[in-house]
Design a protein around this ligand. Structure first.
Ligand SMILES: *Cc1c(COP(=O)(O)O)cnc(C)c1O
Length: 357
């Protein structure tokens, strides 16, 4: 007889590895296409030589470096095994009853509903606006006495849309102070809005607001798994309590510190990615696709019920994309030659005839 497992987990899809397409270009996971800088690779190799030793469970040096970078105290910083781990820990520190509610827009980051359910809380999903951006009025109206945590993914994954600073502040002003609001800024470095909201600045004097950033995207360390939170010391202390011990490994801590030091060089790359993103959007719009403006390193193609089929066809053409049910397909901006491959596929008259008719 197999062991009893929580029955509610049956509604979470089991992880199914994607079909492998040897040699295909991968524009499916919002990664950077560059490997680590030589200086970062060297630090990773050095850290690997101490693999027999546990890492610093407090990530003291890394937290100090992040705190200095943002001009805040070490007590304001927590790190996690990717910011996705912090998302799960945030549910754990705010929700302790099945009636507790975690609110987020939909569609948004697919980890939010999963960490909510795993944390035994109730997900409240508020539809995006017609322009596929956060509907802050609807979110404020959906707050109840049970609301414990609100995720605001800005810019939003997978639609790429961003809301400006004034709108974010107006929303925060509308949320009661006992509710924790998380500004998930995984794509912060790609935002080129004139009023780019900087959560770290916005959250000053707002103890119920916490910001998530990650080393996985612009910093190019997705494979090492490290992200961080900037928040009120009491919230940070709670996060440290539920943290899985040693889950931010030695290589990740060392690489994140080296990447912070090399950030000028790494962030220069984001200008090129942004230029590619905009070039791709222009070409896709010209071919007849519906693509909302993006402030990230990816684009969202509104392909409705044909999304899965489109992603299969692109995979056969050698480009892996990420389909989302019957909503759309997410395309990461990669290297120019990779993006050219995608554009050659997507603008082929046979493909536009098949998918845009
Ligand atoms: C990629 C991403 C993250 C970062 O995930 P990591 O666990 O740090 O790799 C967080 N939030 C959103 C919305 C993302 O798209």
């Amino acid at each position: 007889m197999t062991a009893r497992i929580r029955p509610d987990l049956e509604s979470i899809p089991a992880y199914t590895p994607g079909r492998s397409h040897p040699g295909a270009v991968k524009l499916a996971s919002n990664e950077t296409t560059h490997g680590p800088l030589p200086t970062v690779a060297k630090v990773i190799a050095e850290a690997a030589e101490l693999a027999n030793r546990y890492p610093d469970n407090q990530s003291s040096e890394l937290r100090a470096a992040i705190a200095e970078f943002h001009g805040v105290g070490v007590a304001n910083i927590a790190v996690g095994c990717g910011s996705v781990a912090l998302c799960q820990e945030l549910v754990q520190i705010t929700c302790d009853a099945p009636t507790d509610e975690v609110m987020f827009a939909w569609r948004s980051f697919e980890a939010y509903p999963i960490v909510t359910q795993v944390g035994n809380a109730r997900a409240v999903q508020v539809p995006l606006t017609e322009g596929l951006a956060h509907d802050f009025d609807a979110m404020a109206a959906a707050i109840t006495e049970h609301t414990r945590l609100i995720f605001v993914c800005n810019p939003n994954n997978p639609t790429g849309t961003a809301v400006g600073r004034a709108e974010v502040v107006r929303f925060l002003d509308a949320v009661p102070e006992h509710i924790l609001v998380v500004l998930d800024e995984a794509y912060y470095e790609y935002v080129r809005l004139a009023d780019r909201p900087d959560g770290v600045e916005i959250r000053r004097n707002r103890p119920n607001v916490l910001v998530l950033r990650t080393f996985s995207k612009a910093y190019g360390l997705a494979g090492l798994r490290v992200g961080y939170a900037v928040g009120d010391p009491e919230v940070i202390t709670a996060l440290l309590k539920v943290h899985i011990p040693f889950s931010v490994n030695r290589l990740a801590q060392a690489a994140a510190m080296a990447s912070l030091e090399a950030r000028e060089e790494l962030l220069d790359r984001t200008d090129r990615t942004v230029a590619e993103r905009d070039r791709m959007r222009t070409a896709l719009l010209a071919a007849g696709y519906r693509v909302v403006p993006s402030e990230t390193n990816f684009l969202w193609l509104e392909l409705g019920s044909r999304s899965g089929e489109f992603a299969e066809a692109s995979a056969e053409a050698g480009v892996l994309l990420r389909p989302y049910g019957s909503d759309g397909v997410r395309v990461t901006a990669g290297d120019p030659h990779e993006n050219d491959l995608l554009l050659a596929f997507a603008t082929d008259p046979e493909i536009t005839g098949r998918f845009l008719a």
